[in-house]
Design a protein around this ligand. Structure first.
Ligand code: HEM
Length: 258
């Protein structure tokens, strides 16, 4: 079951020197799961990451109001809970769990990763693992605990600030951003090689430059958003006094504080 891609793919080093083994049809369920894992990294998980960093969170660069408007827009999408469940959480869970399984089984021949030996192979696994830890933490604190930002989007900027003003959490955000961006951008390159979109060494080398450019763009925009959160005064966040008052007066919880 385990090594469909690696065991069914012939030694590609004969055809493409230092290439990545293409995904080949073969051993049933394992092959389908391997393809689904690869595809889910791009759609919907990668598409979501792209949107989250480059579109939604980049609005923080324009300040708290723009950020609150974007959160409000997302929160009011039709059937938002099901969109999150089937478009984000379950696909990430599948990609992550199957990713850990691939890691554990040592699937994919290390020597099939190009250039820096098995560095890229190792980095793809560790960045996935780090991203997973970060995503769990981030989803828990931003979506499932504290003030509900879907109901009270005006607290979004302040809630993120509260985490980014704490040095250890700020460091974790930086590591999470870099790990997830690297994993995704190098993952696009891997995907293109495996699915035969880039065939031949030259095409792969050119496409690597594109993917590295996307990595620089994503981390750059992410850092600009961090800077915006950290350089502005702390905004109301729905915790502390406001939340305590809310316990006494239920209807007032989450109202913007001037
Ligand atoms: C931020 C969320 C994530 C995104 C956007 C993402 C995206 C991708 C992409 C685009 C690929 C390339 C697909 C391919 O290899 O054909 C990939 C590969 C991979 N991902 Fe993820 N991923 C994410 C999280 C994770 C997590 C949490 C793990 C768990 C360890 C993981 C493990 C892997 C592994 C092991 C591979 C390489 C598979 C191989 O070499 O055949 N990913 N990912």
């Amino acid at each position: 079951m385990a090594s469909a891609a690696s065991s069914t793919a012939p030694d590609v080093s004969q055809g493409v020197a230092h290439g990545v083994a293409p995904l080949r049809a073969g051993q049933g369920v394992s092959f389908v799961l391997r393809r689904l894992h690869s595809l889910s990294g791009i759609i919907p998980v990668g598409a979501f990451l792209f949107e989250h960093i480059l579109i939604s969170n980049s609005t923080a660069i324009s300040g708290p109001d723009a950020y609150a408007r974007q959160v409000s827009f997302l929160a009011n999408l039709p059937l938002v809970f099901f969109l999150e469940l089937f478009g984000i959480w379950l696909p990430i869970l599948f990609h992550a769990l199957y990713g850990f399984y691939i890691w554990y089984r040592g699937e994919g021949n290390v020597s099939e990763y190009p250039w820096t030996g098995n560095w890229m192979y190792t980095a793809q696994r560790w960045t996935g693992g780090i991203a997973f830890a970060y995503i769990l933490f981030h989803t828990w604190t931003m979506r499932f605990t504290g003030v509900d930002l879907h109901t009270f989007p005006n607290y979004s900027f302040g809630k993120v600030q509260e985490e980014l003003f704490r040095p250890a959490l700020f460091a974790f955000y930086i590591v999470g951003l870099v790990a997830a961006s690297w994993h995704f951008c190098y993952g696009i390159w891997l995907f293109a090689a495996k699915w035969g979109i880039t065939s031949g060494e030259k095409a792969r080398q050119r496409f690597l430059v594109v993917c590295l450019g996307l990595f620089v763009l994503m981390t750059g925009v992410g850092f600009a958003s961090f800077y915006s959160f950290r350089s502005r005064p702390q905004q109301p966040s729905g915790t502390g006094i406001e939340a305590t008052e809310a316990n006494h007066e239920p209807g007032t919880y989450g109202k913007p504080v001037d």
